[in-house]
Design a protein. Structure first.
Length: 133
């Protein structure tokens, strides 16, 4: 069951990575239009990072294992590494703009914290009272 949840959540991480990568492309497309667009872009990046952290935590919680969060993070990072590669025309998917670096490094930090915080500890045994009052 652990392997199956890891595989399913890796595919989910791939899907979220593709969607957030292309959403980030729209944010960086409007980055050069002025200070207002940059503020909105940074707010969008922060919102994406909060959602990414939450999804990573939910993956760990839903699978009841830290491997679920790791599977989600592995799928997401795999897509980000592919998107950093060069296209046939020589262009890269993520341009060299500040907002892209904030997104890339921020997403890695959000995933790392999400994986570490998704550690599921066994429940503490409740003390039993022996003897009647």
């Amino acid at each position: 069951m652990t392997v199956l949840s890891f595989a399913v959540l890796s595919v989910a991480g791939l899907g979220v990575g593709v969607l957030s990568g292309f959403a980030m492309g729209w944010v960086s497309h409007f980055w050069d239009l002025g200070l207002t667009q940059q503020a909105v872009g940074l707010a969008a990046v922060v919102a994406q990072l909060v959602v990414l952290y939450t999804l990573c935590r939910l993956a760990g919680w839903g699978s009841r294992r830290q491997s679920g969060a790791v599977g989600f993070a592995v799928g997401y990072v795999a897509v980000m590494l592919v998107m950093l590669g060069y296209l046939t025309g020589g262009n890269i998917v993520f341009s060299a703009k500040l907002v892209n670096y904030v997104f890339l490094f921020g997403s890695m930090i959000a995933l790392a914290v999400g994986v570490m915080r998704s550690l599921v500890l066994p429940p503490r045994p409740t003390p039993t009272v022996t003897g009647a009052l």
